[in-house]
Design a protein around this ligand. Structure first.
Ligand SMILES: [Zn+2]
Length: 294
């Protein structure tokens, strides 16, 4: 048996999987604010692991988290609200269990590649649009990774010179315009809405589709998204681009228009290279399943 842990910006999922990577049981926890400390995160994970370990024979624990992994330490955790996360003490507590620690978007992408929306494609790109924009690129079904950190940080490619400040310190990053979190914050502020759930925000945007503020907010999001997609398509020429993360919950607002504009606007160098734009199929389970995939 395996344990998969998905540590996200707004959600934590932990699941028990069999050796065929089928999810047998899962617990989920939503959180509004960033974690206060590294100790708080480790304590929470440990309590979940203890529960599953006491009831099952566990061979592998996979952890998917934002940032880059180096020697069991995660760094650049901008979207978790802490600067580093060291899993060494946790690993030492369970000496008989193998640990696999990896970036959350790349883990979710592997799950979509093997079991979800990208299972038929050779060359594909996965974008996880949520608190930020995580990404993974597959050529001939192989995940591309640089040796230094892992690279392929498509969310941090600059799409606006001297643009909005990103968590990473740069300006004009793709994720500062197209993460779902940024779009939600901006739209709520412009519509002067109180704290509302994502479900309610979708309803409001649909109800007010004639409202010029709503129209502008959606239009701007799609325009910036096309800039990002144009760069990604011309560099990698994927057969498919899979959109995952909380974008899936906002698909009714953006998806049709995005696909229509991508097909009708001249934003791809090779005209026959316009890829399929598909939605992630595994939703919140992608991170948990992907966490245990090599
Ligand atoms: Zn950035």
């Amino acid at each position: 048996m395996k344990i998969g842990i998905d540590l996200g910006g707004s959600h934590i999922g932990i699941g028990l999987l069999n050796n065929d990577n089928e999810l047998l049981e899962k617990v989920e926890k939503n959180r509004k604010e960033s974690f206060e400390s590294e100790a708080e995160i480790l304590q929470l994970i440990e309590s979940y692991i203890d529960k599953f370990v006491s009831e099952n024979s566990i061979e592998l624990i996979g952890i998917a988290t934002p940032g880059n992994v180096k020697e069991n330490k995660m760094q650049n955790l901008f979207n978790l609200g802490i600067s580093k996360l060291d899993f060494t003490p946790l690993i030492a507590k369970y000496p008989d269990i193998r640990f696999l620690i990896q970036n959350d978007s790349k883990a979710a992408a592997k799950a979509e590649l093997r079991y979800g929306a990208l299972r038929e494609d050779k060359d594909s790109v996965f974008l996880c649009l949520g608190t930020g924009i995580g990404s993974a690129v597959f050529i001939n079904r192989r995940l591309l990774q640089a040796n230094k950190n892992t690279g392929f940080e498509l969310g941090h490619m600059i799409i606006e010179k001297d643009g909005k400040l990103c968590h990473c310190g740069k300006r004009g990053c793709f994720e500062t315009y197209c993460s779902i979190k940024r779009w939600k914050e901006k739209t709520k502020e412009e519509l002067q809405l109180p704290e509302v759930s994502s479900e309610r925000l979708v309803e409001i945007v649909k109800e007010q589709k004639e409202n010029p503020i709503v129209q502008k907010s959606v239009e701007e999001y799609i325009e910036y998204f096309l800039v990002g997609l144009s760069n990604i398509i011309d560099i990698f020429e994927p057969e498919s681009i899979c959109l995952g993360g909380s974008f899936v919950y906002f698909k009714d607002i953006f998806y049709d228009e995005l696909v229509k504009k991508l097909e009708s606007t001249r934003c791809v160098f090779n005209k026959d290279s316009v890829p399929k734009i598909v939605l992630a199929e595994l939703k919140n389970d992608a991170g948990i399943i992907g966490a245990v995939l090599e």
